[in-house]
Structure formats: structure tokens, C-alpha cells
Design a protein around this ligand. Structure first.
Ligand SMILES: Cc1cc2nc3c(=O)[nH]c(=O)nc-3n(C[C@H](O)[C@H](O)[C@H](O)COP(=O)(O)OP(=O)(O)OC[C@H]3O[C@@H](n4cnc5c(N)ncnc54)[C@H](O)[C@@H]3O)c2cc1C
Ligand code: FES
Length: 251
């Protein structure tokens, strides 16, 4: 875990209230893995006090990309940063996706801002076959840049399949008789819960990247518990996660 003063190299608005920022952060960029996150101090003052967690969206040389939407005060402040500003970032944090072992095809399942970690995961998976399922409430919220072979689902049907991303994914798996895949997912908890149920019922290999409110981000404050499925107490989302095997935690 490193703390790095990182220069904002670019900021791009990529949707309504959605931004991509690129930070020069050579030390963190060198050791980061897909599915890990950084805690960004959005302001030099004491307000807001707590850092905000964001998935590492991609890494390019010495630079790290993040994608975020304006959610509340912290992300509002972050969205106002300009090229050349310096941000204090802590990372990489968390475990990241497990890409070890045998699987022929990687299936990405992303809901809303849950698309954020997948460009980096795709880059690290290299030539492996990837099929992506990207869901959002409507077409203006679909984030599919740098996501391979995206199949789109929108709740209101303004782009792609009308319905949720888990339905789209399950229909595709049946239609194409897919075997020997691993599902990597990130998105809002209701989506992850549906995917968790589906993958457990079908005995599919599935990893879920879970979001919850965080304070420290590295296991000290005990502020991010998630219940283990086996009855053995709690895990910490920031340290033991944010990525879990879908079988291992209760959402
Ligand atoms: C591991 C992880 C990765 C994340 N990756 C991304 C990402 O790539 N892009 C993105 O847009 N968002 C991401 N989030 C959510 C992002 O951290 C929150 O949207 C952000 O902290 C909200 O801050 P705010 O000050 O704007 O909102 P406020 O609502 O003002 O925040 C108030 C407090 O609640 C906490 N909080 C509020 N909503 C959330 C939430 N959904 N998740 C966690 N904490 C919350 C904040 O940390 C803060 O302490 C991630 C969260 C986690 C835990
Ligand atoms: S956020 Fe402090 S222990 Fe997880």
C-alpha cells in the first residue's frame, strides 16, 4: 500500500455527471492489479475528511485511470479538479480479481459504474476470449469504452436488450451453450445478488466485486463488514475483498 501525490493529467466527461480522470502515479501503477481500488483524498482541506474509494479502471505506463459519477459532495469536488492539480491517493487497496487457474472464456458482467474495473482486467487477460455484458438504467448511462465484445442491456430498452444484465447474460450462456468460463462482475448490490443466486444455482465460477461505505480502506476501522456464507463471522470488504467468490459472502 502506497501513498502517492499524483498529478491529474487529463479529465474527460464521458456521460451525464460521469468523468474519467487520468493520474500520473508511477509507484501505484507498477503494482496495481485489476479489481483493486485506490482511496482518493478529494480535497486538501479537512472537508471531506474521508478519502473516497474508486476502482482502478485502467493502467497505462505510469498513469492510472478512474471513472466516477457525481454521487455526493466528495465526487462533486473531484469532478471540479483540473489538469495539473495534485491529488493524494492511497493504493492499491483490496485483493483484486482472481485470474489464476483454468478458464477458457472470461465473462464480464457490469452494472452502471461497475464497468469501471473492466478495461484494466481486459488488458491483463490479454488474448483470452472475453464476452462482456454491460447494463445500465438507460442508454446515456451505458459505459462500454474499452470493454471487449459488449452486449448491452438497459432497463428502459433505449439501447440493446430491454431488461437487466443478468437476464441477458443467462440467455446468452444457454443460447451459446457456453462452458468453462469464469464470470467477473461489478455493479450495484441488487444486480450482484441476482447474479450470485444464478451462479450458485448453476454451479458457475463467479466473482463479485462488492461496494459498501468505507472509511480507512485497509482493514483498520472495521467499518466495512460483510457476512461470510459459511457462518464463520464477517469479512472486511476493503481488505478481504472487494472481490469475493459469489459463494463466500451474503449480500
Ligand atoms: C471498492 C469500491 C470501489 C468503488 N469504485 C467506484 C468507481 O470506480 N466509480 C465510482 O463512481 N464509484 C465507485 N465507488 C463508489 C464511490 O466510492 C462513492 O460513490 C463515493 O465514495 C461517494 O462519495 P461522495 O462524497 O460523492 O458521496 P457521499 O454520499 O457524500 O459520501 C458520503 C460517505 O458515504 C460513503 N459512500 C456513499 N456512497 C457510497 C457507495 N456507493 N460506496 C461506498 N461508499 C459510499 C462515502 O465514502 C462517504 O464516506 C466505489 C466504492 C467502493 C467501496
Ligand atoms: S474501511 Fe476500514 S476496515 Fe474496511
Amino acid at each position: 500500500m502506497l501513498i502517492e501525490k499524483s498529478v491529474l493529467e487529463s479529465k474527460r466527461q464521458i456521460g451525464e455527471k460521469i468523468f474519467q480522470i487520468k493520474l500520473r502515479s508511477p509507484k501505484i501503477a507498477t503494482v496495481a492489479k485489476p479489481g483493486q481500488f485506490c482511496n482518493i483524498k478529494v480535497s486538501e482541506s479537512d472537508f471531506p475528511l474521508l478519502r473516497r474509494p474508486f476502482s482502478i479502471s485502467n493502467v497505462d505506463g505510469d498513469s492510472i485511470f478512474f471513472v466516477f459519477d457525481i454521487h455526493g459532495e466528495g465526487t462533486e469536488i473531484l469532478s471540479q479538479k483540473e489538469k495539473g492539480n495534485v491529488l493524494d491517493i492511497l493504493g492499491p487497496l483490496g485483493n483484486g480479481f482472481d485470474i489464476s487457474g483454468d478458464f477458457t472464456t472470461a465473462i464480464f458482467a457490469a452494472g452502471g459504474l461497475g464497468s469501471a474495473p473492466f478495461p484494466f482486467l481486459a488488458k491483463v487477460l490479454g488474448n483470452k476470449e472475453i464476452i462482456s455484458f454491460v447494463g445500465a438504467r438507460n442508454s446515456s448511462l451505458v459505459l462500454q469504452d474499452d470493454i471487449p465484445n459488449p452486449q448491452i442491456a438497459t432497463d428502459d430498452g433505449t439501447l440493446g436488450y430491454k431488461g437487466n444484465v443478468v437476464e441477458l447474460l443467462s440467455n446468452y450462456i444457454v443460447k451459446h451453450n457456453l462452458k468453462e468460463f469464469r464470470i467477473f462482475s461489478c455493479g450495484p448490490n441488487p444486480m450482484l445478488k441476482a447474479l450470485q443466486k444464478y451462479s450458485i444455482e448453476n454451479n458457475f465460477d463467479c466473482q463479485i466485486s462488492v461496494e459498501c461505505a468505507m472509511a480507512c480502506g485497509f482493514g483498520i476501522c472495521q467499518g466495512c463488514p460483510i457476512e461470510a456464507s459459511n457462518g464463520d463471522g464477517y469479512r472486511l470488504v476493503c481488505k478481504d475483498g472487494p472481490v469475493f467468490n459469489a459463494k463466500d459472502v451474503k449480500l
